[in-house]
Design a protein around this ligand. Structure first.
Ligand SMILES: Nc1nc2c(c(=O)[nH]1)N[C@H]1C(S)=C(S)[C@@H](COP(=O)(O)O)O[C@H]1N2
Ligand SMILES: [Mo]
Length: 557
């Protein structure tokens, strides 16, 4: 049996994989388990592509990290229903779920790749190149990435191809004499002394496992090394720690006494930073050096301006308590928080650039490509819309937008609160659309009036007698003037409002209830400063925020 009989390149130096073989014969019998081993080879090769790219990527920007870029692309291409399903099912673990899903997908594709390469090498090459192309594409389409950043993926692809070739060769050799799969020690010893002699299938099998083991170990090392190296190179977290915030030219008014609800268990009026909700599309938190940060303000303006971080430190800063709310917050949900922000008023920035007539929107873009469309007039009126650098007396936490984010009272975050902001384009709603608008959400997002029952919790069991119900209500920029509570089908009764700190912060409330045994429903609704009663019309978060009166079922014992 000559070595050329296999329908796969035997790894012979004289036969390149691309060479056409004319004397095709029936393939020799595939050794038992060869397909499984080929799948293993595929997984090893894919692992090498990713891990070597990761290691090489550590020498580049964090944004060029292949796994992260792939994940982000995965997110961008996830249909909204699947995204909603993931968020509903996995909640704040949705990013972990994404990585698990991605890993499973890659695993399956890698198995297929191995088997295909084993049977038809040219297709295997095509598969690895395709994988490389997908990674390159997802890296270079990230915002703020230079073409240069594609290099790690190319290095990884080359390494993966080499490994696949190596492992496939072992498998092909095993196939040459499947009848000789028994291990013959005498042959082995000869082999070790005579390297010219072709190795037998058993030796090939051992060599395959040895090579796979070494590959797997190298891949794990490369990936771990890449991660550690990347982390060590990034000193952004330390720089944040030592950042000294300037004092505001206009400090926040003192918080009046009595803002906190009387009801025990209602969330603190001022949300501690560590408990502040987080919503964004960023798989890895962008790490920006303040020295590198620059905000380009351009578009329909008389004069383009570029702001450095030092410009913000030198500006007349304002400080203000603002409650943020996410458009995805369901009725009664907890995607809302109240913090003290420090920043430069955006209207001052707009004064510098002087928007042209006809402009009606500012498209803000983050370093990772998220964007938000904010009405221009909202950024020019008297509200405390700002380029924030501080949150609750400290530099912004990395995950809340360090070093600079937008905070705009009265608008949901998806159209206003751009974190890691690097670009403001003065434009028109007719000309540009933001990230979520492209995905079926509204282009504008004023916050809807909402009352939330926080205690008792839904389905709580409470003792009969005096129960203090409590929660928060918000209608940022309009304020809350009334909260009413209804027990079962009883009359709507006014709750006790806590002190109002401002129109752009939430307002807490409490309500004393003489609870009698049995199941009961507690409903709440708010009225805003314009005298408008919160609508009882139920709406889902998509496209512009949930609405309806919350109803909480409790059992009194
Ligand atoms: N860069 C970036 N900024 C973003 C987002 C995002 O996905 N990326 N999400 C927005 C949304 S939908 C909300 S509700 C707020 C949440 O801000 P937080 O995470 O600080 O609470 O950030 C906004 N800013
Ligand atoms: Mo949001």
């Amino acid at each position: 049996m000559s070595r050329g009989e296999a329908d796969h390149p035997p790894g012979d130096r004289l036969r390149t994989p691309c060479m056409k073989r004319h004397n095709k014969q029936k393939p020799t019998q595939r050794p038992q388990g060869a397909t499984a081993l080929a799948a293993v080879a595929g997984v090893a090769a894919a692992g090498v592509v990713l891990s070597v790219a990761e290691l090489a990527g550590a020498f580049f920007t964090a944004r060029a990290a292949p796994a992260i870029a792939l994940g982000s692309t995965f997110i961008d291409f996830t249909p909204p229903w699947l995204k909603d399903f993931a968020i509903d099912t996995f909640g704040t673990n949705d990013k972990t779920a994404l990585f698990v899903g991605m890993a499973a997908t890659i695993l399956v594709l890698a198995c297929v790749l191995g088997v295909v390469a084993y049977r038809k090498w040219a297709l295997g090459v095509a598969g690895v190149l395709l994988m490389g192309a997908v990674i390159v594409a997802s890296v270079v389409t990230r915002a703020g990435v230079k073409p240069f950043d594609a290099i790690p993926a190319l290095v990884g692809t080359a390494a993966g191809l080499a490994v696949l070739r190596l492992l496939a060769t072992r498998l092909w050799r095993m196939q040459q004499r499947p009848d000789m799969s028994a291990d013959l020690p005498s042959r082995d010893s000869k082999e070790s002394t005579n390297p010219k002699r072709p190795e037998g299938p058993a030796a090939s099998r051992r060599a395959f496992f040895a090579a796979t083991g070494v590959t797997a170990a190298a891949a794990v090392l490369a990936a771990t090394g890449g991660r550690l190296l990347g982390a060590a190179r990034s000193n952004v977290a330390q720089a944040r720690e030592s950042l000294q915030l300037p004092a505001p030219a206009k400090p926040a008014p003192a918080v009046p006494a009595g803002v906190q609800s009387r009801a025990a268990g209602v969330t603190p009026w001022l949300t501690p930073t560590k408990d502040f909700y987080r919503v964004d599309t960023a798989l890895s938190v962008p790490e920006i050096n303040v020295q590198d940060w620059e905000l380009r303000v351009h578009g329909l303006v008389e004069e383009e301006v570029r702001l450095r971080f030092q410009d913000l430190l030198d500006a007349e800063l304002i400080e203000s308590h603002v409650s943020l709310t996410c458009v995805s917050d369901p009725v009664g949900g907890d995607l809302a928080g109240n913090a003290k922000w420090l920043g430069m008023p955006i209207r001052e920035v707009l004064k510098m650039v002087r928007p042209q007539a006809g402009a009606d929107m500012v498209l803000s873009t983050s370093i990772d490509g998220f964007s938000a469309s904010t009405p221009l007039e909202v950024l020019q009126d008297g509200r405390d819309a700002m380029l924030a650098i501080g949150m609750n007396g400290e530099a912004l936490p990395l995950e809340h937008g360090y070093p600079v984010r937008m905070v705009v009272p009265g608008l949901y975050g998806f159209v206003s609160a751009t974190k890691w902001v690097v670009d403001l384009e003065v434009t028109r709603f007719a000309d540009s659309t933001a990230y979520w608008t492209q995905r079926g959400w509204s282009e504008r997002g004023p916050i809807k009036t909402m009352a939330r029952v926080e205690v008792p919790r839904p389905f709580a069991k409470v003792a009969a007698g005096r129960v203090t119900i409590g929660g928060a209500a918000w209608a940022q920029t309009r304020g809350i003037t009334k909260v009413e509570v209804q027990i079962d089908n009883g009359p709507w009764t006014e709750a006790e409002l806590s002190t109002e700190a401002s129109l752009i912060t939430w307002r807490q409330w409490s309500f004393d209830w003489d609870a009698t045994a049995g199941p009961h429903y507690i409903k709440a609704r708010a009225t805003d400063g314009a005298g408008e009663l919160q609508t009882d019309q139920r709406a889902d978060p998509v496209p512009d925020g949930s609405s309806g009166w919350q109803s909480v079922m409790v059992t009194v014992e």
